[in-house]
Design a protein around this ligand. Structure first.
Ligand SMILES: [Zn+2]
Ligand SMILES: [Zn+2]
Length: 355
């Protein structure tokens, strides 16, 4: 572990003592260079903790337990005014800078700037973040559960509920059963989708998916076409919504080929910047089959995170079942190894913190 300097929170910012952070595929993409990231940086963007100190103009009270959103919507840009805060132009631009909303990092080492990752940098004991990232946690919800709501669970459930608008009785397939895919599966089960078909290359993940409510498990059959055929068979004619949660072009094609008339492939996984997908064109107009993009589950953190955590508390959304392993902060490399291994759902870093 490395000691860094952290500036105190400025106006509109909060200092958070982190307690838990999930380890997400996007962190791995930053390490592997799949996604361009300003370096050096502290990774991690799925965290929860306690507010220790706030800057001017912040209404949060020190001591507040919060889950962190990695997208502080400005509320003023064109996308925000259209009700699309998850596509906020200001926040996305700020994120690329590796700083906070003014583009400047608050982290440094020996006077040299160290960049933030998605405004948060939760692989740490403390973080200074825009106060708009801080969403209060309902009483009785553990930090590790709240942390997962901040990325994987919001992304997966939101793709099903918000982006696709899945309704009871709709047929759903989920391709890629990691943290995000499994969250989509939980969302589909919670809303009463039927059947819910899980697709993955990993047998342990398929077994876990069935324990979480998948009605069918389909092992990846080597090609998009062969896999989609199995999904169409399992769903008696194709699904209304096929969630793609791997970022792979083959999986996106499989999702599209798994849909029925008016069905939608919902692309959630983040592909490489130069990736392309090729689809059969005729079914798009002829059968109104669609492709939908979904980022952060099209969610509004202030509205959706408390709702997700309330569902958890009432036993309707078993987020705890996604936690496959807990590790201390200095074992973060083991978390990435587990992720590369392909059988882990979500590894959570316990960041300590007793306040
Ligand atoms: Zn993430
Ligand atoms: Zn905005």
């Amino acid at each position: 572990m490395t000691e860094l300097d952290l500036a105190p929170p400025g106006p509109g910012e909060a200092l958070v003592r982190l307690h838990a952070s999930g380890v997400c595929h996007s962190d791995l993409n930053a390490i592997d260079g799949t996604a361009a990231t300003r370096c050096p940086a502290v990774l991690g963007h799925e965290g929860a903790g306690v507010v220790e100190q706030v800057g001017a103009g912040v209404s949060l009270a020190p001591g507040a337990r919060v889950v962190l959103s990695w997208l502080p919507a400005c509320g003023r840009c064109e996308e925000c005014l259209r009700g699309l805060g998850h596509l906020c132009a200001t926040a996305w631009e700020g994120m690329a800078s590796g700083g906070l909303l003014d583009g400047m990092p608050r982290l440094s080492r020996d006077g040299e700037p160290v960049h933030h990752y998605s405004f948060l940098s939760t692989f740490a004991e403390r973080a200074v973040v825009p106060a708009a990232c801080c969403i209060p946690i309902p009483d009785g919800v553990p930090f590790e559960i709240a942390a997962l709501a901040g990325c994987a669970v919001a992304t997966g459930t939101g793709a099903v509920w918000r982006t696709a608008g899945v309704r009871p009785g709709d047929r759903v397939a989920v391709i890629g059963c990691g943290g995000v895919g499994m969250s989509a599966l939980l969302g589909a089960v919670a809303v009463g989708a039927q059947p819910v078909v899980a697709v993955d290359v990993s047998e342990p993940k398929l077994a876990a998916a069935q324990q979480l409510g998948a009605t069918h498990a389909v092992a990846w059959a080597g090609t998009a076409e062969a896999t989609a055929e199995l999904v169409v068979e399992a769903s008696a004619g194709g699904v209304d919504c096929a969630i793609e949660a791997t970022g792979r072009a083959e999986a996106a094609l499989a999702a599209f080929l798994s849909t029925r008339a008016r069905g939608a492939a919902v692309l959630v996984g983040i592909p490489a910047a130069d990736a392309t997908i090729t689809l059969p064109a005729l079914p798009i107009p002829r059968l109104e089959r669609r492709i939908l993009g979904s980022i952060y589950g099209s969610s509004r953190p202030g509205r959706d995170f408390p709702a997700l955590l309330e569902l958890y508390r009432r036993g309707r959304l078993p987020i705890d079942r996604l936690v496959s392993r807990r590790l201390p902060l200095d074992a973060v490399e083991d978390a990435f190894a587990a992720m590369r291994g392909g059988d882990a759902l979500r590894v959570v870093l316990d960041l300590g913190g007793t306040t």
